[in-house]
Write a protein that binds this ligand. Structure first.
Ligand code: PGA
Length: 249
């Protein structure tokens, strides 16, 4: 049985003070939510505030990105060991906004995923097709290539610590969620890729999250699909009451 994981991706929102205020409201609302893992990924400058505010709770903190080198002359970048040292347990990799605006590719996703694992972090690796790709009937082709070039370079041992987030780009921030059936179909397809490479057992234990306009009113339907192991939530994770409602689906 795969344990649900509900992760919030705050993107470029909130200051350190707003982070502390969020946790003050959010913590009591999820105090007894031991049916799932809870992760929040704030912007880099607020990681310390988030780790501090989550201390003593079951909420874990993650980064939204990392660079694959441990240290060096890479202005503006942050490494896996730095995230781990500040208290992060998780990191999002290859989010579609990183791919779209910052030139990330399946190749950089693989390098970053390996770097995250080496730093002891649990990577949440994002994949998903764009609208024109879905409309052209290329969804499976896109997911197959993203798995092949971004994830199949990992050993079974490495993949065991990875969570995949299926995030159809057309559903992110648009209010247009994939139906639970459409999402589950993509999850099944991704799981088949893992099964073909590493066998049924590895595929059965891999967590695959859905992401894209997840809200308190659609989380139940999504989680009712056995293929959907949780959610990566953007907009609705910024408000403590709405993210708690999602966690407590
Ligand atoms: P959204 O973002 O929930 O605001 O659509 C999801 C994501 O980008 O991870």
């Amino acid at each position: 049985m795969r344990r649900p994981l509900l992760a919030g991706n705050w993107k470029m929102y909130k200051t350190a003070a707003e982070t502390a205020a969020f946790f003050e409201k959010f913590r009591p609302l999820v105090e007894r939510s031991d049916h799932c893992d809870i992760v929040i990924c704030p912007p880099f400058p607020n990681l310390a505030a988030a780790v501090e505010a989550a201390r003593g709770s079951r909420i874990e903190i993650g980064g939204q990105d990392l660079f694959w080198e441990r240290e060096g002359a890479y202005t503006g970048e942050v490494s896996g060991p730095m995230l781990a040292a500040i208290g992060c347990r998780w990191v999002i990799i290859g989010h579609s906004e990183r791919r779209q605006y910052f030139g990330e590719t399946d190749g950089t996703v693989l390098k970053k995923t390996i770097a995250a694992l080496e730093a002891g972090l649990n990577p949440i690796v994002c994949v998903g097709e764009r609208l024109e790709e879905r409309e052209a009937g290329q969804t499976e082709e896109v997911l197959r290539a993203q798995y092949r070039d971004g994830l199949s370079g990992l050993s079974a041992e490495q993949l065991r610590r990875v969570t995949i987030a299926y995030e159809p780009v057309w559903a992110i921030g648009t209010g247009r969620t994939a139906t639970p059936e459409v999402a589950a179909e993509a999850h099944r397809f991704l799981r088949e890729q893992v099964a073909a490479q590493h066998g049924r057992e590895a595929a059965a234990s891999l967590r695959i999250l859905y992401g894209g306009s997840v809200k308190p009113d659609n989380i139940r339907g999504l989680m009712a699909q056995p293929e959907i192991d949780g959610a990566l939530v953007g907009g609705a994770s910024l408000d403590p009451v709405s993210f708690a409602a999602i966690v407590n689906f």
